[in-house]
Write a protein that binds this ligand. Structure first.
Ligand SMILES: [Zn+2]
Length: 340
């Protein structure tokens, strides 16, 4: 396991953050992990301890069908019997019962075994125990139940969906993903041909890498539209400096999520120095999440860690020189990246 990943897991460890490491940092070769994550979150919200494979197969396959309908590539390798069945179901050529039967037989190859693998290791929290051989199902663990009891647990479904959208966009563009940027309406998009394609909500994509907390004061934030603690998308180096600094301040590298209070109080000021270090740390996490954020961050901030440190450092001092006011939250909680 890399040092950065270890830091992500050991600073403020919780089942929620271990789950995030599995979803956000795993090397994906197929989208089955995301479908399984969605199915687990939905089926176990009622507190149950055991899920039969037939029960799991229903939401699991339906999520794959839903994504196949808009993004035909759902794996890096050739299509499988399972994906073919999902495509048939989408075309109305397969019954629900037949889809579930095919899913139980072929759909879970590798994904149940691989779900808990992270950075070459399968250690740490487990969200279910494989009991397919003895009981034809999976046993749900206390870690999963505890995670779902958190007040912001509904964010996790959004984070899975967003990560899935990013990965399938990378596959559909053949992994040569142009830069991902922020649009005015809180969405991330990329260029494709002559136009732009919208990928996902900026909030949903970034929340997990901040462990669901405000980048500046560490208070919990929400991804639910209309929620009183809804996250704000904040330009770390203020957007008004874009013409002066001649930097792409709408790039993902410069976007963080904050609570409303911090966003309004910070306004057009530049944060104090220690937050530039946190930004570098956060960006290294985005790079660990593989395509397409990895490629985007490498292109936007440098190919090596040394180049990226100097990019952030240089951009930050230029911003400080261009802006007299510096800002920090009045009541910062424990640093989410432990940079103190
Ligand atoms: Zn805040």
């Amino acid at each position: 396991m890399s040092l950065a990943l270890e830091q992500f897991l050991t600073v403020q460890p919780s089942p929620e953050n271990h789950w995030r490491a599995l979803i956000l940092f795993g090397r994906n070769s197929a989208s089955y992990k995301f479908a399984l994550a969605h199915a687990l979150l939905e089926l176990t919200a009622d507190g149950r301890d055991f899920v039969r494979m037939e029960e799991l197969a229903n939401p699991f396959s339906k999520h794959i069908c839903r994504h196949l309908a808009t993004s035909p590539k759902q794996a890096t390798s050739a299509s499988s019997k399972f994906l073919a069945a999902c495509a048939q179901w989408n075309d109305g050529e397969l019954s629900d019962a037949a889809l579930i039967e095919t899913t139980v037989r072929y759909g879970f190859n590798n994904v149940i075994d691989a779900f808990h693998n992270i950075g070459g290791s399968g250690n740490g929290s487990r969200f279910f125990i494989d009991q397919r051989l003895e009981l034809k199902g999976i046993r749900v663990t206390d870690e999963l139940h505890r995670m779902l009891e958190a007040p912001t647990a509904s964010n996790l479904n959004r984070e899975v969906e967003s990560r899935w959208r990013l990965v399938e966009t990378a596959w559909s563009l053949g992994l040569t993903v142009p830069l991902i940027e922020h649009e005015n309406d809180g969405l991330l998009s990329t260029r494709s041909g002559n136009g732009r394609i919208t990928i996902t909500s900026c909030r949903d994509a970034l929340n997990g890498y901040q462990k669901g907390k405000c980048f500046y004061c560490s208070q919990p934030i929400s991804l639910e539209p209309g929620h009183p603690i809804l996250a704000h998308v904040d330009h770390f180096i203020p957007f008004v400096l874009m013409p002066i600094l001649r930097l792409n301040l709408n790039g993902v590298w410069n976007l963080v999520l904050s609570c409303q209070e911090c966003n309004l109080a910070k306004s057009d000021a530049v944060p104090v120095m220690r937050f530039a270090e946190s930004l570098h740390r956060r960006n290294e996490y985005l790079i660990m999440s593989h395509h397409p954020l990895r490629e985007t961050l490498l292109a936007q901030t440098g190919l090596t860690a040394k180049e990226r440190v100097s990019f952030i450092g240089g951009s930050y001092s230029n911003a400080v020189n261009a802006r007299i006011t510096q800002w920090e939250p009045r009541d910062p909680g424990p640093d989410i990246y432990d940079n103190d």
